[in-house]
Design a protein around this ligand. Structure first.
Ligand SMILES: *[C@@H]1O[C@H](CO)[C@@H](O)[C@H](O)[C@H]1NC(C)=O
Ligand SMILES: *[C@@H]1O[C@H](CO)[C@@H](O)[C@H](O)[C@H]1NC(C)=O
Ligand SMILES: *[C@@H]1O[C@H](CO)[C@@H](O)[C@H](O)[C@H]1NC(C)=O
Ligand SMILES: *[C@@H]1O[C@H](CO)[C@@H](O)[C@H](O)[C@H]1NC(C)=O
Length: 581
């Protein structure tokens, strides 16, 4: 299990505080001196007092919540709204649908040598049926055999693999579907969609043993990223630790749970100030005491985080043109165990082509986008992966002017206007647990409440991207958040049926050992599966950011590069403004 240092090592967001932290040995002395002159300082400087209070607060925090409590106590006793029986049933079904095969139980921690090693593992492209040529429309299968560091065959499943088929020279790429046979072998299945060369790429994102660690962290260590809020009244200010749930250790808390959505949020109560004096919201820091040494071995860059698996034999095939006999091609396009429809589209010559019946248009110049968005309002809600759209559109649209709302950098809210064409573009981040430097508490709005305040209609486009800040919490937290958003979407579509609502899925990102523990693609995949299931059957457009980042040739990035953002926006605009026939 987890080894814990005597005191949790915290990293604070702001420089000022990390200096405070390092000088902890001098803290007592400084504290005494400051207390003596405190009365004078109270009159002279709010700033100094703030620091003092923060120190007081943080030493109190570590004194009163010894590290072992972080583990023993279930953090999320209060997960907000109690679900109705029907909601509880849905919750259970969703959790069942994302159940991940765990390594077989054993008494001792598994030695690293016995865990999955991409360098010793291989994949093999299986020959086409009857050994004939590959044709467009066929299905290609590769068999992946996982081995451990000693070269021995793995006998259980649960490794997190990604597969894609691509052709850099053609600007082409498509996501593959990975099937876990639960015996150390996996199939990667691809649909052949273009003529010419196609290369198979299989990547081990995490060995199964690392996924088991991530699963444990997600359900048991929701404190691994925590937050803080400043409370202030007149000259008095205090900063305390906040989170979606706080350990039940008798310390008084402020309950900042949203009264309308029931989304939970708590801060420790300031010593002197009332709970209504909360001013801001910020990331407080990280816990680093998460892994044993053995577990740390499971998260090594270039060893077992996102490492490609080599092919035995060739990793490339040449695809011939489609056979004219359509019927035969169709019969080949049978998908095994379609957990979801893969692929939802593919790249060709750098442009995304949807397979879901959406005729893609390219809006590569400012005037084409302007024409499409004329007389429209576009609301972007969520995390930074949707703020990117605001930045992209604001930059590319020549007549769009950003309205200065004096919002903090990166946080927003943001608004841009093209008054000639009557276009309004707005961005607002989702509510806590958003991880930001320092945001104003009164600007922390929940997406569901925002949607409840929209008139909607045929001239309204709403894009929602809520995922990246939820990977440190138990899955139920996300399900409950999305349930509120879904309820608001359903109401919006009821009262204003012409409204276009787009749900942007999760995407892949660059992973190192630290990012893996907070934000691994494995967490994102689980969130994504739940997200799709929850919005299935509603009249919304699902934007498959997952496949659009997997199939693209650029390296994974939490904030996908402009060519991908352009394709995403093209997809939405193609829906808003279909090709006139
Ligand atoms: C693993 O399971 C698959 C599917 O059931 C089977 O085809 C394959 O032979 C098995 N491989 C091993 C090594 O047992
Ligand atoms: C916080 O307030 C909400 C209602 O606003 C309530 O449902 C919840 O039980 C409260 N939490 C605690 C720990 O009292
Ligand atoms: C993840 O957590 C580590 C501490 O374990 C921290 O240093 C790092 O900045 C965090 N990264 C992200 C992207 O949150
Ligand atoms: C997009 O730009 C390319 C050149 O960059 C051009 O050939 C193409 O016609 C443009 N398409 C549209 C729809 O404007």
């Amino acid at each position: 299990m987890v080894t814990l240092e005597p005191e949790p090592v915290l990293e604070y967001g702001r420089k000022k505080e990390s200096v405070v932290q390092k000088k902890r040995s001098k803290n007592t002395l400084i504290f005494l001196v400051l207390t003596l002159v405190g009365a004078i300082l109270l009159l002279l400087s709010i700033h100094t007092l703030e620091t003092l209070n923060y120190q007081f607060r943080s030493s109190l925090h570590s004194a009163s919540t010894p590290p072992h409590l972080f583990q023993k106590h279930s953090y999320c006793v209060h997960l907000g709204q109690e679900p109705s029986p029907k909601e509880a049933q849905e919750e259970q079904n969703l959790l069942d649908s994302i159940a991940w095969p765990e390594p077989p139980p054993r008494h001792n921690p598994i030695p690293l040598q016995e865990t999955s090693d991409p360098a010793h593992s291989k994949f093999t492209i299986l020959p086409a049926e009857d050994w004939r040529e590959w044709r467009v429309g066929d299905q290609l299968k590769a068999l992946v055999n996982m081995h451990d560091f000693q070269g021995r065959i793995k006998s259980h499943g649960g490794d997190f693999l990604l597969a894609k088929l691509h052709s850099p020279e053609l600007g082409a790429g498509v996501a593959g579907q990975v099937l876990d046979h639960r015996n150390g072998t996996y199939s990667a299945v691809f649909t052949l969609l273009w003529e010419g060369p196609a290369r198979v790429e299989v990547t081990l994102v995490h060995p199964s043993e690392a996924v088991a660690v991530l699963l444990r962290l997600r359900e048991q260590r929701p404190d691994r990223i925590f937050f803080k809020s400043l409370y202030r009244s007149g000259l008095l200010s205090e900063t305390t630790t906040c989170n979606l749930c706080l350990p039940d250790n008798q310390q008084p808390v402020c309950n900042h749970t949203d009264s309308r959505t029931g989304d939970p949020w708590y801060c420790y109560k300031p010593k002197l100030l009332g709970c209504d004096k909360r001013i801001d919201h910020a990331t407080g820091g990280y816990h680093r005491d998460l892994l044993t040494n053995t577990e740390a071995g499971l998260f090594q860059s270039n060893v077992n985080i996102k490492v490609p698996i080599r092919a035995s034999g060739s990793d490339m095939i040449i695809v011939q043109p489609e056979k004219k006999d359509k019927a035969e091609v169709e019969s080949n396009r049978v998908r095994a165990e379609p957990v979801r429809v893969i692929p939802s589209g593919y790249y060709f010559q750098g442009s995304w082509r949807s397979l879901g019946g959406l005729a893609m248009r390219q809006f590569n110049d400012s005037s084409a986008i302007t024409q499409c968005l004329k007389d429209k309002v576009m609301y972007l809600y969520g995390d930074s992966t949707i703020r990117q759209w605001f930045e992209y559109l604001n930059a590319i649209l020549s007549e769009m002017k950003e309205f200065n709302l004096h919002s903090p950098n990166k946080i927003g809210p943001f608004m841009a206007v093209d008054s000639t064409h009557n276009i309004l573009l707005r961005y607002r981040c989702h509510g806590p647990p958003i991880r930001y430097s320092t945001a104003i508490a009164s600007e922390m709005h929940y997406v569901a409440n925002e949607l409840d305040g929209l008139a909607g209609g045929a001239d309204t486009v709403v894009v929602i991207s809520v995922w990246a800040h939820f990977s440190t919490y138990p899955m139920k937290v996300y399900i409950r958040r999305m349930r509120q958003i879904r309820r608001a979407v359903v109401h919006l579509l009821d009262r204003a049926p012409g409204t276009l609502v787009v749900i942007r899925s999760t995407n892949l990102q660059a992973l190192d050992p630290e990012v893996s523990l907070n934000n691994s693609d494995w967490f994102s995949l689980q969130l994504d599966t739940v997200l799709r299931a929850m919005f299935r059957g509603l009249d919304v457009l699902l934007l498959d950011a997952w496949e659009m980042t997997l199939a693209h040739q650029s390296p994974h990035d939490l904030h996908p590069p402009p060519p991908i953002v352009r394709n995403m926006i093209d997809a939405v605009l193609s829906y808003v403004c279909p090709e006139k026939i």
